[in-house]
Design a protein around this ligand. Structure first.
Ligand SMILES: *[C@@H]1O[C@H](CO)[C@@H](O)[C@H](O)[C@H]1NC(C)=O
Ligand SMILES: *[C@@H]1O[C@H](CO)[C@@H](O)[C@H](O)[C@H]1NC(C)=O
Ligand SMILES: *[C@@H]1O[C@H](CO)[C@@H](O)[C@H](O)[C@H]1NC(C)=O
Ligand SMILES: *[C@@H]1O[C@H](CO)[C@@H](O)[C@H](O)[C@H]1NC(C)=O
Ligand SMILES: *[C@@H]1O[C@H](CO)[C@@H](O)[C@H](O)[C@H]1NC(C)=O
Ligand SMILES: *[C@@H]1O[C@H](CO)[C@@H](O)[C@H](O)[C@H]1NC(C)=O
Ligand SMILES: *[C@@H]1O[C@H](CO)[C@@H](O)[C@H](O)[C@H]1NC(C)=O
Length: 424
């Protein structure tokens, strides 16, 4: 099994895709790889290029105003591109955070604002990977590992955000916790407790290594092994052979629903401009303008020194889109699923692709959508079994697999589910 770190590195070195240009069908369409490349070029050839250690922390569509979107969608011009296209970009360089607006229509930077408030932008994948490698270059760490009787080549360290406990935070930092992989391929099952490494992310150096005295007791490896083959997850959903939805760009039409599916590094799936057809009034009714996961807070509530800071904001700090995995056909999604790729910018600003980041499929719920037996005419039964439309993504943040489903029902409701199907 690949470790989390290996997967991070794999994502980093994924080949960048420049193939898809396409015209925009919807004002909320996510940035495509060409636009991400263009933004990277605009910024790296602007006044910002002189900033030392320039890194891209967030690149996303700067959404037009809701009223403009609604007006445009209800106009006749839907077969043309929305005239204004802007991106919002957060970069860091020279120890400062810049919030930038890029006009993609004329390729210029419209505004550049240095952020002076509390907090820092999300960590980049590059920073996380670099930080995780630092201990292996530290003689103090190697010594502490040897004194615990552990084999250094069986250790993986993970960067954790540090939380905030009222103190004044003047630099960006993460804490590393390390895990032992010997005798198990389930990397999170054997934490090396009592060893915490504080890393200054800005200078990419170890600030301190906090080690408790005494012998480390590792949990037993027995029974922690993960399955080596994905197919052992089993369970195949009931296939519905004929698809009754259409995908046009990011617009989805299905039965009485129509909506838009976007994607960004922070939220992952974004469902927007959702309407349902009211057959009574013979008109489309707007149901949801924009919906996505805002945040996921995971406080462990353990006051010990190596656990108290584990108060993760999995969306804001790591990103559901950044942590999105490529869905595996027939395991993550049934055979009748259609897939959409996800794009975002890496720490260098260049586009990164998550193939099959989102899947869309119909499923039988096993419930009755509607039925009637006409008693005047025996055996005159009519009815339909309930079929829903599901939009799914999976974000794997550390040892958590968040399965996120947006399920559209023909009766007019949307069910949002977050599940964890971990076997361990
Ligand atoms: C777009 O739609 C309008 C109105 O339906 C039509 O007149 C026009 O020819 C269409 N343009 C294109 C490029 O298809
Ligand atoms: C972006 O540039 C275009 C072309 O110069 C201009 O028409 C448009 O108004 C600009 N957008 C914004 C939001 O300023
Ligand atoms: C692009 O548009 C903005 C806003 O309209 C304007 O301020 C800027 O000068 C334009 N830049 C170029 C290169 O045309
Ligand atoms: C590891 O340490 C050596 C010697 O101090 C240094 O030259 C090298 O750049 C370091 N590598 C990393 C990845 O920090
Ligand atoms: C440490 O682990 C590596 C890789 O698994 C192995 O080749 C090596 O023999 C181990 N060393 C000891 C002292 O166990
Ligand atoms: C599949 O297609 C057949 C024939 O067009 C149709 O009768 C049936 O209702 C469709 N099933 C679903 C689930 O849409
Ligand atoms: C996920 O679900 C499994 C099975 O219900 C449970 O044992 C495990 O603690 C859950 N994991 C998390 C991180 O909530």
């Amino acid at each position: 099994m690949e470790t989390f770190m290996n997967i991070l590195i794999t994502i980093l070195v994924l080949t960048f895709q420049f193939l898809f240009t396409g015209s925009h069908h919807h004002p909320l369409d996510p940035l495509n790889p060409n636009e991400i490349s263009k933004i990277q070029q605009i910024i790296t050839t602007s006044h910002l290029s002189s900033l030392p250690n320039l890194n891209f922390h967030f690149v996303d569509l700067d959404e037009p105003d809701k009223k403009d979107v609604i007006k445009w969608l209800s106009s006749e011009k839907q077969n043309q591109s929305f005239p204004h296209r802007q991106a919002k970009v957060v970069v860091r360089g020279g120890g400062k955070t810049h919030e930038i607006i890029v006009n993609l229509t004329n390729g210029s930077i419209t505004s550049d604002h240095v952020y002076k408030g509390d907090g820092y932008p999300p960590l980049t994948l590059t920073e996380l990977v670099q930080a995780a490698r630092l201990p292996f270059n530290s003689s103090k760490f190697k010594d502490l590992v040897a004194r615990r009787g552990l084999n250094i080549s069986g250790i993986t360290c993970f960067p954790f955000t540090i939380g905030w406990f009222g103190e004044s935070i003047t630099r960006r930092a993460v804490k590393l916790s390390c895990f032992y992989r010997e005798r198990t391929n389930n990397v999170f099952s054997m934490p090396i407790e009592g060893l915490t490494i504080l890393v200054n992310i800005e200078s990419m150096q170890i600030t301190s290594i906090i080690s408790k005295r005494g012998k480390t007791t590792l949990p037993e490896a027995d029974g922690t092994q993960l399955f080596s083959s994905v197919s052992s997850f089993g369970e195949r959903p009931d296939p519905i052979n004929n698809r009754s939805f259409t995908i046009n760009g990011h617009n989805i039409n299905w039965k009485n629903w129509r909506f838009h599916v976007g994607f960004n590094a922070r939220a992952g799936v974004i469902i927007s401009t959702t309407s349902i057809f009211d057959s009574g009034k013979q008109e489309w009714r707007r149901v949801l303008y924009r919906g996505h996961i805002s945040e996921t807070f995971v406080p462990y509530m353990d006051p010990s020194s190596e656990w108290y800071y584990r108060t993760f904001f999995d969306v804001g700090e790591f990103g559901f889109g950044r942590s999105a995995v490529s869905l595996v056909p027939l395991i993550d999604c049934p055979s009748n699923a259609a897939y959409l790729d996800g794009y975002m910018a890496g720490g260098d600003g260049l586009p990164q692709k998550v193939p099959r980041a989102i899947c869309i499929f119909e499923r039988y719920t096993g419930d009755i959508a509607w039925r009637h037996t006409e008693v005047n005419w025996y055996s005159r039964e009519s009815g339909e079994s309930e079929v829903n439309l599901v939009v799914r993504m999976v974000a794997t943040v550390g040892n958590y697999d968040y399965i996120l489903d947006w399920e559209f029902k023909q009766t007019g409701s949307i069910k949002v589910k977050v599940r964890n199907r971990s076997k361990t």
